[in-house]
Structures are given as C-alpha cells and as structure tokens.
Design a protein around this ligand. Sequence first.
Ligand code: GYE
Length: 335
Amino acid sequence: MFKLKKVSISLLVFLMAISILAGCNSNTNGKTEKASGGNKGGKIVVGFSQIGAESGWRTAETKSIKETLGNSPDFELKFSDAQQKQENQIKAIRNFIAQKVDVIALAPVVETGWESILKKARDAKIPVILLDRGIKVKDESLYTSFIGSDFILEGENAAKELINLIGADKGANIVELQGTVGASAANDRKTGFANGLKDNPNFKIIKSQSGDFTRVKGKEVMEAFLKSDGKNIDVVYAHNDDMAIGAIQAIEEYGLKPGEDIKVVSIDGVKDAFEAAVQGKTNIIVECNPLLGPQLAQAVKDLKAGKEIPRWIKTEESVFVGKEAAEEALPSRKY
Ligand code: GYE
C-alpha cells in the first residue's frame, strides 16, 4: 500500500515534469522561455535577443521592453539573455526563426559578424529591428530599422561640455574608459569624443582602455591608470555611468577627490550617476535613453500594419552639467 502510494507520487511528479518541459523549450544559454508557433491568438510575437545585464542602463532597457511588450495584450514577448556573447545571440535568433516569430528585435553586443544569421532571418521573411546598438553590414536590407541614440553625437557633446567646463585655453590630460570592445556604443563614443577635442590640442587623451561597460572593470582599469599616471590625470571620460562609478571608487581609494581633483564625464544618465553628481563626485552626464519599449512596440505595430517605419528612430536626449542641474533632475529621473 505504502509502496504503491510512493510509486504513484513519483509517477505524478514525473508526468508533471514532462508536461512542464513540453510547454517550454530551452533557449541558447540554458534559460527557458515559453514555446509558441508565432502569431498566437492574434498577438504579435516578438523575439528579443538582449545582450546581458552589464549596466544600470541595460537593466532599465530590459525592464522597459518587458513592461511594454511583455504586459501587453497585443504582444507575446520571447526574451533571451545572451550574457555578453554574440554566439548566444546568433543561437537565439536561430531559435526565433525556428519558432516563426513575427519580428526579431536585436540589441547587438558587437558591430560585425551578423551577415549570415540575418540572411537566414530575411530568407524566413522575419523583419529584424536593431535596438540600442548598431551593426556594420554591407547589405543594409538585412535589417529594417534601428531604434537608438546617436553615439557619435554623445561623444561630441561630452567633449564640448568638458572644454566649456575646464576652459579651452587651459587643456587637460584625459583618461578614457571604453565600453565593450567592438560595440557600436564604444566605437562611436570614442570617435565622437575625439572629434570634439580635435580643435583643442591642449586636451589630450593620455590613456584609453576598455572597462567593458561594468563597474568592476571600470574600477580595475582606473586603478591601473592611477597607479601608472595618477598625478597626471585631470579628467576621466567613461563611455558609461557604471564605469564612471567604478572609477570614482578607485579615485577615492587612491586618496583624491573625484569631481574636483579629477573631473568625471560619462554617458547614460542612470540615477546612481545623478546621485554622484549631487555629491559633487561627477561633473558631466550625457543622457542616453534606455526606455525603448514604447518605441519598439510602436515600430512593430506599424510594421505589421504594413506601414513604412523610419530607418533610424532616435530619442530626445539632454546633457547635465554640475551639481545644480543634477539636483533639479534627480527627482524625476525614470531610470
Ligand atoms: O550606454 C551602456 C550599456 O548600448 C547604449 O550599453 C548601450 C550601452 C549603454 O551597457 O551602459
């Protein structure tokens, strides 16, 4: 009797496990997501290949997409986290094609190497919308649209505001913390910043290295810069706020005052950066908006309704310089 009960409980657990597995399929990096054959119940099925969770910016972007598309009766969202690996993104796109999603949204970790998988999506007649970072492809028809910021302009604005802050006649020794190697956001922010400095040769980039868009690496690289060149550094330019926050910690541990002894300039505009600015620890924040969910939802709807969507959907962005600007903006910051 007891034995029988035990067997039937195990059988039940086994059957339950099978039915759960049947409803799910394992995606590229081992995480599971709901299976579906596309366009279920009139919903538009969107497969989103996200880069990972390296920064406050990216977490805010994921939240915005999940809140907008994941909670809407109009969409079914399939979300895949690539954990910073292009190969995971390629696998995720292959899965989305196999699942016959209606639209693929891709936040590409790096700029190159997308041709072959995007050709597969095109052959399957699934439009691809790039989100937040761009790619370099010879055949521009491999994607439909890019939703995101002008990173070159962001870099130029960072340089322009820095020159205003320090004074064009003075000049500064700058160290640069680059984003992920090969990412459009890193390449273009580097180019834009260099463009912005080129008429002011007194502003020199004395060191430049990748901190991979993370706090931990930003801190590590800044520690190395300080160790080799500490007394010479006037400014740190970080391609995102998280690396700047890591650098601020490194500067404090080195015994200098961030925002005063070493000026800090970074891009994104996450709350933590505004809090640092309020404390006078950072000087210039160039905004880059991660709340792309509503724009993606609109673009996908328009596309499915047969409308032509813009090749580049840009976002309005500002620059915040100094303590007062940060104090004023902080209460209404959404990310
Ligand atoms: O600035 C950074 C992130 O691609 C625009 O990626 C995005 C960048 C953002 O990790 O914080």
